[in-house]
Design a protein around this ligand. Structure first.
Ligand SMILES: Cc1ncc(COP(=O)(O)O)c(C=O)c1O
Length: 439
């Protein structure tokens, strides 16, 4: 007999069939999103939506205004420059200096169609610079889309789930992989999607030193730039700064998304910055694919040109306006984002109170911080089963499958779309889940 649950069994089953989902627990974010939209439409019951990392914050008015003005000026009628507007490049370079204390010339700062596009460009060129280095290494858990990109590019991939290799332990583990010589680049997000692990200076030093030793390009994915809320990373030109591998190697790529830290995902604009050294490096094997062996040339005039031919013209003006505002100290980068941390604290507490456990519970030697995501499990459930079971309770999330996690019991929960008014509902639904699944 099916237990009494907030969402009727038959309704959920009907839509699972309609969506053609053989295994809900293993569905992609977009598949879960579609399923929940249908169930919500039929039942009128609003889900606690934790499946997708969408910023729950309104986009900057100043950016929207800048885009409208640029459109009125007629930018839609002109191709944008491939490498980005000079003024925007200047502000990206300034941003990296002011919030990371890293020097990268504006020439090497390029807007991309979201940071996903920046990852694509990086994998493509790093993965073709030396045929012996045909593999991308992920420091996991990670963002499944990156893994899909590497697959689509016909490159190989390897993964290290870093949970058991924090601190000094990372050195030996990472070296055991890098010393094989097949790794072209390695990618990690910091803070990490899905676990919210934040690499320490020591770990970044290890990543930088070993990357240098084994000629590997670290691609640092800063999709959650400055969102380690334990530190006040929002003061331009003043420490503490966003930590980075750039302090420990001179051969790296930084990807900075505007989607979360600037609440601007809809315009699909991100930033890619190449270290000075990497931008000048020549890899003879690149001439198989590009007119020049130069890394920056292959990335910008080769790959970026042939794929997106630049980033939406008006979006560049929007990002420019936001960057200028925070660089000049006229708006706070992190103040609006702190609400995610506060909400995570409340939501996590409710899950813990109702028998759930945090899967990636420690960040090196400290308890995991409150941020945009967290990972949870419930005794007796695999991650996949838990995702599908929670749907009957009006709660949606995604499993850690496909993230490179070795912890198959877990799922990822994102707090960005939960409104304060939903907290009482969440409490009731979790209590019901616990009642139906006594420990
Ligand atoms: C770790 C990570 N990298 C990259 C992205 C993609 O960012 P963008 O929207 O700038 O393409 C995301 C989005 O969720 C992410 O979580």
């Amino acid at each position: 007999m099916r237990k009494n649950t907030p969402i009727e069994y038959d309704v959920v089953q009907k839509h699972i069939k309609e969506c053609n989902l053989k295994n809900v627990g293993n569905a992609s974010i977009r598949e879960i999103k579609r399923l929940i939209n249908l169930i919500e439409a039929e039942t009128g019951i609003k889900f606690i939506r934790m499946e997708m990392g969408i910023p729950g914050i309104k986009p900057s008015e100043i950016a929207v205004k800048a885009e409208i003005e640029a459109m009125k000026e007629g930018v839609a009628g002109l191709y944008p420059e491939l490498e980005g507007l000079p003024l925007l490049k200047h502000e990206i370079s300034r941003f990296i200096k002011l919030f990371m204390n890293i020097d990268i010339s504006s020439q090497n700062c390029v807007p991309t169609v979201g940071s996903i596009n920046g990852a694509y460009l990086s994998f493509m060129v790093a993965g073709r610079r030396n045929m012996a280095k045909d593999t991308v290494l992920f420091l996991d858990p990670g963002f499944p889309v990156h893994k899909q990109l590497v697959k689509m590019l016909g490159l190989k991939q390897e993964s290290i789930d870093v949970y058991n290799y924090r601190g000094d332990k990372l050195y030996k583990k990472l070296e055991s992989v890098l010393k094989k010589g097949n790794i072209s680049c390695l990618l990690y997000s910091n803070p990490n999607n899905p676990t919210w692990i934040c690499f320490t200076e020591k770990e970044l030093e290890i990543i930088g030193a070993l990357s240098k030793k084994y000629d590997v390009i670290p691609v640092e994915d800063l999709a959650y730039f400055a969102m380690d809320f334990r530190k006040d990373l929002g003061n331009p030109g003043k420490p503490p700064y966003q930590v980075s591998v750039a302090n420990y190697t001179d051969n790296y790529i930084l990807l900075i998304s505007s989607s979360k830290s600037f609440s601007y995902p809809g315009q699909r604009i991100g930033m890619l910055a190449l270290s000075e050294k990497l931008s000048k490096t020549e890899y003879p094997e690149l001439t198989k694919y590009y007119p020049s062996p130069n890394f920056a040339h292959a990335l910008i005039l080769g790959t970026l040109y042939a794929t997106t031919a630049g980033t939406s013209h008006s979006a560049q003006y929007g990002l420019l306006a936001m960057l200028k505002q925070v660089n000049d100290g006229n708006a706070s980068l992190i103040e609006p984002l702190k609400q995610y941390g506060k909400r995570a604290e409340i939501v996590k507490e409710l899950f813990l109170k109702n028998g759930f456990q945090i899967v990636y519970d420690m960040d090196d030697k400290e308890p995991i911080a409150d941020g945009f995501y967290f990972t949870i499990s419930y005794p007796g459930y695999s991650g996949e089963n838990l995702v599908s079971e929670l749907i009957y309770y009006g709660i949606s999330a995604i499993s850690l499958n496909n993230t490179g996690s070795e912890r198959t019991e877990g799922l990822r929960a994102c707090v960005s779309l939960i409104s304060d008014s939903q907290i009482p509902d969440l409490e009731i639904r979790l209590a019901k889940f616990k009642e139906n699944n006594p420990l």
